[in-house]
Design a protein around this ligand. Structure first.
Ligand SMILES: Cc1cc2nc3c(=O)[nH]c(=O)nc-3n(C[C@H](O)[C@H](O)[C@H](O)COP(=O)(O)OP(=O)(O)OC[C@H]3O[C@@H](n4cnc5c(N)ncnc54)[C@H](O)[C@@H]3O)c2cc1C
Length: 343
């Protein structure tokens, strides 16, 4: 077994891992079992400002100024024109970010944590700073990690692409389509990414998704699906930082995970760089990161409570709830704050 020393090792080269890597200078190793940008698991809908901030606007496919929410009894439209969303090309996004990073990328599967480093199928690598950005797999902070942290609750999402054009982000919260879950349709210039997400973590979603597609009179192409968390986990485990889905950063209820992964990735990267430069002790970087994540604990708890309520409330209440949230006086209290999360 060979061991090599780096200043930092990041496991996972998707949203969280690339956001951390972008902030780092020095000897940094970025590991992923797939080529960067080759393995899309997301519908890739996020506020446009996220891509602008990261300097990867060239990956935008379509901009959306409205979110349309269908419930069994009514349809509610949220205006997002003051902070529009976009759907983007995952491969271009990731490769654009990688070009902005000064790191060594190695395609290899990480087997787990070992004191002071990571074990991969290509040998062991060591670094004082280890960052787990491996999504819900939690390659380092899961059971194989130091004092393995308890996993957060998981949602399961399954998605396909179909020929369907649209000009908004569409959601359905309707038990007739999926019990304890939601459906979405995100247009991407002439076709759409259409999926179902089960808050209960049910992974057998192919049949209900095909049924949903039949209702839209479209046929599925390829399917992809995976889990994503619905509750904040531990931001650090021992001396390992966890970022993105590995730390439960995906927002409950809406399942938006890209923006928090990028936001906390940048926070983590800045602190790790300060530790690498010797400007703060490593323990302070860990502590400061925990504090920055936990500053958002209430927002996560609120979204989690809403997700819990949506799973259990009678179907006829869903429309009035969506409409209540959209009333000008109520909307003014939460919508701008939601849109600006991570800005
Ligand atoms: C169907 C679906 C649609 C979604 N749509 C949206 C959306 O439109 N907008 C939104 O904001 N969120 C969406 N989400 C949620 C979002 O995709 C995730 O929250 C987000 O991908 C988290 O980013 P991440 O970088 O933390 O993890 P991931 O994107 O999961 O990346 C983890 C990386 O780690 C690598 N990895 C894992 N294990 C290992 C290992 N052992 N060794 C080496 N590498 C490893 C993986 O290959 C991967 O590249 C969706 C989720 C699903 C399932």
């Amino acid at each position: 077994m060979r061991a090599r020393e780096y200043d930092a090792i990041i496991v996972g080269a998707s949203f969280a891992g690339l956001a951390v890597a972008r902030e780092l200078r020095g000897e940094v190793l970025l590991l992923d079992r797939y080529e960067v940008g080759s393995h899309q698991t997301s519908a890739c809908g996020t506020p446009l400002w996220v891509l602008e901030q990261l300097g990867v606007k060239e990956s935008v496919i379509q901009v959306h100024a409205r979110a349309v929410i269908h419930t069994p009894t009514r349809t509610v439209v949220y205006d997002a024109s003051e902070s529009p969303y976009c759907t983007f090309d995952y491969a271009r996004f990731c490769r654009g970010l990688l070009e902005r990073c000064r790191v060594r990328f190695l395609r290899t599967a990480v087997r787990g944590f070992r004191a002071g480093g990571v074990e991969t199928e290509d040998g062991c690598f060591e670094a004082p700073c280890l960052i787990d950005a491996s999504g819900w797999h939690r390659a380092l902070v899961g059971s194989g990690g130091p004092r393995g942290a308890a996993p957060p609750a998981l949602t399961f999402g399954l998605e396909t692409e179909a020929d369907y054009a649209g000009d908004a982000l569409y959601f359905w919260i309707d038990p007739a389509i999926l019990r304890e879950g939601a459906a979405w349709l995100f247009p991407v210039a002439g076709h759409s990414r259409i999926g179902l997400g089960s808050y209960a973590g049910a992974s057998k979603l192919r049949k209900p998704l095909e049924e949903f597609l039949r209702g839209l009179d479209v046929a599925a192409t390829r399917f992809h699906g995976t889990y994503f968390p619905a509750g904040l986990g531990a931001p650090t485990v021992g001396r390992v930082f966890a970022v993105g889905d590995s730390a439960g950063h995906c927002l409950p209820l809406t399942g938006e995970g890209i923006r928090p992964a990028v936001y906390f990735g940048r926070v983590c990267g800045e602190l790790v760089q300060s530790a690498i430069d010797g400007r703060i002790p490593f323990d302070r970087a860990l502590q400061a990161y925990r504090a920055r994540v936990f500053a958002h604990r209430r927002a996560y708890a609120m979204l989690r409570a809403l997700q819990w309520a949506v799973r259990r409330m009678p179907a006829t209440w869903l429309g009035p709830l969506a409409e209540f949230g959209g009333r000008p006086a109520i909307r003014a209290r939460w919508w701008p704050r939601y849109l600006d999360f991570g800005k």
